[in-house]
Design a protein around this ligand. Structure first.
Ligand SMILES: [Zn+2]
Ligand SMILES: [Zn+2]
Length: 386
């Protein structure tokens, strides 16, 4: 009988790191994950909402279903590093640590393949296209997943700026809703000497910028933010009065209802401007994310299991300003998103010199397994039924 070698997680992670793939184009990464799961004797289900994979591990007895999620897409960033596993793909790198998230979930897969949970079902979910905010929703709407009842959902993100292995938790909103708003104003150019012969978008453009910057003031009770990211008016010439303008802004809020109200306010404002100017006004939304809202009991579970493992736990006073499309799972299933510190002086996420810290592979897997252990023992089934 041939002995399968134990899973070498850091080596696997570094291989993923060397071969990063952009959101929506992760076919090779997906295949590598799938082959590794098969190597553990598991039966992955592939091509879910694109290159997504799920792997279901069932216990002997009935019980709850828990979903653990890891993402696996990379970013259009050129890596600057001297280590031996630098990206082999020019202009693409694992700058957010999704190579690590996925590898730690594979460690969980290895362990559960050896010791399945006594009760219920564990769904290990490997998700593509997180960075563009579409992967989670695409997987959830796929018929291979959409019919399943899921009782608990957990995911983590590594987080530079915090001590290595520190578990970062927060009740309620963990990460903000966000969206990119692209506003295009189309008028008509004219000779700069006769601006009155054209339709000049300058004053409307300035009014929109002022409106965007003042918008969060209307929603002071929760954290909300609008950042005007880019503005273009006409072309860089002296002889022409501008005939078009483009504004790009990013909107954020910790509250999904407030966020929807902010989006509606912008739509209404633009509809009003369109009606009262000769300009054609067009609004489009890009990369929408809901706020990731943790369930109280599940946030407590993460905190308790992390403490039981002897990990340092800290609680955020405010939600993360960034967004995470795990929010889509939390909108449907009770669960929690948390972070694990990547080191206080570790390069930031999306920096060109970022690299996932391998010691976290073990920590993340241990915490996931502790959560599974807590939710899928015979006693937890009895507890739920009593
Ligand atoms: Zn990222
Ligand atoms: Zn990320």
């Amino acid at each position: 009988m041939t002995q399968t070698p134990p899973f070498d997680a850091p080596t696997f992670r570094r291989q993923l790191h060397q071969h990063p793939e952009l959101s929506g184009q992760e076919q090779h990464t997906s295949r590598a994950i799938c082959e590794q799961l098969q190597g553990f004797g598991l039966e992955p289900i592939t091509d879910i909402g694109g290159h997504g994979i799920i792997c279901i591990i069932e216990g002997e007895h009935a019980g709850d279903t828990t979903l653990l999620r890891a993402d696996f897409d990379a970013l259009p960033i050129t890596e600057v590093a001297s280590h031996g596993h630098i990206s082999q793909k020019p202009g693409i790198m694992h700058a957010c640590g999704h190579d690590g998230h996925t590898t730690s979930l594979l460690k969980v897969a290895e362990q559960l393949s050896l010791t399945p949970p006594p009760c219920g079902k564990v769904i290990l979910l490997f998700q593509p296209a997180e960075e563009i905010g579409t992967g989670a929703a695409a997987m959830l709407s796929d018929s291979k997943l959409s019919g399943m009842t899921i009782d608990h959902a957990f995911a983590y993100h590594n987080l530079p700026g915090h001590p290595l292995h520190q578990v970062i938790v927060k009740p309620s909103t963990f990460a903000c809703a966000s969206v990119g708003a692209k506003i295009e104003l189309q008028g008509k150019t004219s000779h700069a000497a006769w601006p009155e012969h054209g339709i000049n978008p300058t004053s409307v453009m300035l009014e929109i910028i002022e409106f965007l910057q003042a918008l969060p003031d209307q929603y002071r009770d929760v954290f909300s933010l609008v950042t005007v990211a880019h503005v273009k008016l006409g072309d860089a010439v002296f002889g022409v009065a501008p005939g078009s303008a483009t504004i790009l802004a990013t909107m954020r809020s910790e509250c999904n209802q407030t966020f929807a109200a902010m989006q509606q306010a912008l739509s209404d404002k633009l509809a009003h401007l369109k009606l009262h100017s000769e300009l054609d006004v067009h609004l489009s939304w890009d990369e929408p994310f809901q706020a990731a809202v943790n369930d109280e009991a599940h946030y407590q579970m993460v905190k308790q299991q992390a403490q039981a493992l002897g990990l340092n736990v800290t609680e955020l006073a405010e939600p993360m300003r960034w967004s995470e499309d795990f929010a889509e799972f939390l909108a449907q299933t009770k669960g929690a998103l948390f972070c694990i510190g990547s080191g206080e002086h570790h390069p930031e996420l999306h920096n060109p010199d970022y690299d996932f810290p391998d010691p976290l592979l073990e920590t993340a897997a241990a915490l996931f397994l502790a959560l599974i252990n807590d939710l899928h023992q015979i006693e937890s089934l009895e507890r739920a039924n009593s």
